[in-house]
Write a protein that binds this ligand. Structure first.
Ligand SMILES: Nc1nc2c(c(=O)[nH]1)N[C@@H](CN(C=O)c1ccc(C(=O)N[C@@H](CCC(=O)O)C(=O)O)cc1)CN2
Length: 302
């Protein structure tokens, strides 16, 4: 489908960009081994049997090994107590072979995610969710930055170059994506608005945005006529919808943006799948080598 003028947005290739980023990580891993004899290690903890989390954790383990790092996978039953999980985090904090720790979310409902995140050594918090890292991001310090928003920023800078002065709308206010995304865009001198499901005049807010980052978790909520002509659209949503046309019980992935309609207005847009998703794991690997480099520099007094 095209408009009368035949305009269609450029596709932002997150999958391709992520492959390039993983190659850069592999080079940094090799350099750290050569210079300090250190093999960076990433520990990933999965509690329970959520099928999507299972796939993400498996992919994290595989890609960790592919870039030359050590992978430590910890799979715990859904009935694991919060204390048992905190004990494991304490052991990983103390383990010198582990430079990065990630606890896969969501956790089962009886475990308080905030307590678990707070227990992770901020220097090993490669998810960037610890309050110390969140505070550093908010105040312009040098911490570890949440993977998905950092991946979105990388794609935006690759696409647009300097972001100074652009109007950015972040749709969604989660601690994992919306809030850190807003801080990253602010640090790039954008004029940032954070909107959410209770915001009034959402379509009008979106129509003002040169950059629209959609992270609300509602399938195809952002309509085509909400997009400013020529905008850059970053779709963080990963929603699975039934797809009976593909067969019984089959599903398809859609984002938070009506991709077809938005493509007729935007200058550039991330697809789902193949846009932001692959960046999340590539940035996790980048954060892990960054954490290992900083820990090794601190230990050797560099
Ligand atoms: N501790 C964390 N938990 C979760 C995070 C996180 O960053 N840290 N993010 C998400 C899940 N996630 C990684 O953990 C993740 C999501 C999506 C993808 C991805 O590659 N998506 C593909 C489609 C995959 C599919 O077919 O389902 C894409 O969009 O192309 C990677 C990682 C929640 N939990």
């Amino acid at each position: 489908m095209t408009t009368e003028t035949g305009h269609r947005a450029k596709l932002i290739d997150g999958k391709g960009f992520a492959a390039g980023l993983r190659q850069q990580v592999a080079n940094r891993v090799a350099a750290l081994k050569a210079s300090h004899g250190i093999v960076p290690g990433l520990a990933v903890v999965l509690v329970g049997d959520d099928p999507a989390s299972e796939i993400y954790v498996r992919n994290k383990g595989r890609q960790t090994l592919e870039v030359g790092m050590q992978s430590f996978e910890h799979r715990l039953g859904a009935e694991t107590s919060q204390q048992a999980l905190l004990d494991l985090v304490a052991r990983l904090n103390a383990d010198p072979a582990v430079h990065g720790i990630l606890v896969q979310l969501p956790l089962p409902p009886h475990i308080e995610s905030a307590a678990v995140i707070a227990a992770i050594d901020p220097a090993k918090d490669v998810d960037g969710f610890h309050i110390q890292n969140a505070g550093l991001l908010a105040t312009g310090g040098r911490g570890l930055v949440p993977c998905t928003p950092l991946g979105c920023l990388m794609l935006l800078k690759e696409e647009l170059g300097d972001l100074s002065g652009l109007d950015a709308l972040v749709l969604g206010r989660s601690n994992i994506v919306g809030k850190p995304m807003a801080h990253l865009l602010l640090a790039e001198n954008c004029t940032v608005t954070i909107a959410h499901s209770r915001s009034r005049n959402l379509p009008d807010l979106c129509r003002r945005a040169d950059i629209l980052v959609a992270a609300v978790g509602r399938p195809q909520m952002v309509k085509g006529d909400w997009i400013k002509p020529g905008a850059t659209v970053i779709d963080v949503g990963i929603n699975r919808l039934p797809a009976p046309e593909k067969g019984q019980d089959k599903t398809r992935l859609v984002g938070d943006v009506d991709f077809e309609a938005a493509s007729l207005k935007a200058a550039a847009i991330t697809p789902v799948p193949g846009g932001v998703g692959p960046m999340t794991i590539a940035v996790l690997l980048a954060n892990s080598i960054t954490a290992a480099e900083r820990q090794s520099a601190r230990e050797s007094g560099e």
